[in-house]
Design a protein around this ligand. Structure first.
Ligand SMILES: [Mg+2]
Length: 422
């Protein structure tokens, strides 16, 4: 009997795997890549995931940077809102802004929110200052290819920001060792470049000092009107010395951590539900020490999200292992590069993205996807249905065996437990 059950379970699991492989909603046409189930035994566990560990670079960003939103003077631009002020979903047929009035525009640039363009056309000082700064404060080099202006940037985010300024009419034209030339709404402006302070991890910003203006822009600077909407306060742990201090923090007043001297007040879950914990690799070394790891886990689980930045592949695996070991929960790790392999192998379920960083992650995974966004469907649709089907099957299996065995058992009273057949 057990062998027939195992065989039937395997048939169902095999079927689930094919449903996942054949799902057109998880097929990525551009790369001609469908979802692939590399193991048949974990389908029903997809519906029971409690903790997801995700790589960022490549997995989430695809290493493609686009200018989608900005906040100027406390006002958020980039979302399309309906008449009630609710954000509208951007679909393929959503109307894109027309930048063809700008002779330097790039046809590939896409933006939907007309209020930002209207603010530029009205000449709103803060919006114009933002784009002027974006056009001036960077290390991009311009070049003319086939008569067209193109940018060579060290990083994709620089290219995205300078490109956005260009499309909104603040065109970075050329640079010499001492000057930067931009074109603002058709008018040429030349700035004398006095000094460049390169980006570094201590200042977390780069600065240009120019003859007529001092500019400083940094993506992490809080906007003057408070953070618009992107919902959580961030508790940042970037200094190894802070690690133990921060974990002793036990109350929150108006979004700020406080440190009571007795350290005895225990946080209610709800108090931290809107917080994210950011911890870097150096601090994680201390956080994962034996005497600290449970405190790290406790604080991490109270937060809405935990971001571990600049960590080694081994540390990724240790964090997964920490949750797996102490929370007794089903975990999933998703990544796209060779540095995610240890994390993918440690979690109960490993998902590999067949992206631009090779196939190592896919080869060590249980499920391979072409895009991160397909994870939602894999877990909430296939995971849910696999779990339901397996439960139904086991209920039916129990019912069938019970009915089958009961007849024999009942007949045994009549045949006196002999071997007589009915
Ligand atoms: Mg990666």
């Amino acid at each position: 009997m057990p062998s027939s059950r195992c065989f039937s379970v395997e048939i169902i699991r095999f079927g689930h795997s094919w449903w996942i492989n054949w799902d057109r909603s998880m097929y990525y046409e551009r790369n001609d890549t469908a979802a692939k189930t590399r193991t048949t035994t974990l389908n029903e566990e997809l519906g029971q995931i409690e903790y997801i560990f995700s790589d960022k670079t490549g997995t989430l960003t695809q290493n493609i940077m686009t200018f989608n939103k900005c906040s100027v003077g406390g006002k958020s631009y980039g979302d399309l809102l309906d008449s009630r002020g609710e954000p509208l979903e951007i679909k393929e047929d959503t109307k894109k802004l027309d930048f063809s009035w700008n002779p330097m525009y790039e046809p590939s640039f896409v933006f939907y929110d007309g209020s930002l363009l209207a603010a530029v056309r009205r000449g709103e000082p803060q919006v114009c200052l933002l784009f002027t700064v974006l056009a001036l404060c960077h290390t991009v080099m311009p070049e003319i290819k086939d008569g067209k202006l193109e940018y060579q940037a060290q990083s994709p985010d620089e290219a995205a920001l300078v490109g956005a300024a260009r499309n909104f009419g603040f065109v970075f034209k050329s640079r010499t060792p001492t000057t930067i030339t931009i074109e603002v709404q058709g008018q040429q402006e030349i700035y004398e470049l006095l000094c460049i302070l390169d980006f570094n991890n201590v200042r977390k910003r780069m600065s240009d000092i120019l003859a007529k203006m001092k500019s400083r822009h940094h993506a992490g600077d809080p906007p003057s009107g408070g953070a618009p909407g992107g919902a959580m306060d961030v508790v940042s742990v970037t200094d190894p010395g802070q690690t133990s201090e921060t974990y002793r923090m036990r109350n929150i007043n108006n979004g700020a951590f406080g440190v009571p001297h007795d350290g005895t007040t225990v946080l209610e879950d709800s108090e931290l539900s809107g917080f994210a914990l950011v911890i870097n690799g150096h601090s994680l070394v201390f956080a994962l020490e034996e005497k600290m790891e449970l405190l790290f886990l406790e604080v991490g689980c109270m937060c809405k999200a935990v971001i571990c930045c600049r960590v080694t592949p081994l540390q990724k695996a240790l964090v997964v292992d920490l949750v797996k070991k102490h929370k007794k929960a089903v975990t999933l790790a998703i990544g796209d590069g060779a540095n995610d392999v240890s994390m993918i192998k440690t979690a109960h379920i490993g998902v590999g993205i067949s992206g631009q960083e090779g196939m190592q992650a896919v080869l060590s995974s249980d499920f391979a996807l072409a895009q991160f966004r397909y994870l939602e469907r894999l877990l909430l649709v296939h995971g849910r249905w696999s779990y339901f089907r397996m439960c139904k099957f086991l209920e039916y299996f129990f019912y069938k065996n019970f009915a089958f065995t009961l007849c024999h058992f009942w007949f045994a009273f009549y045949c006196g437990f002999s071997a007589q057949v009915g």
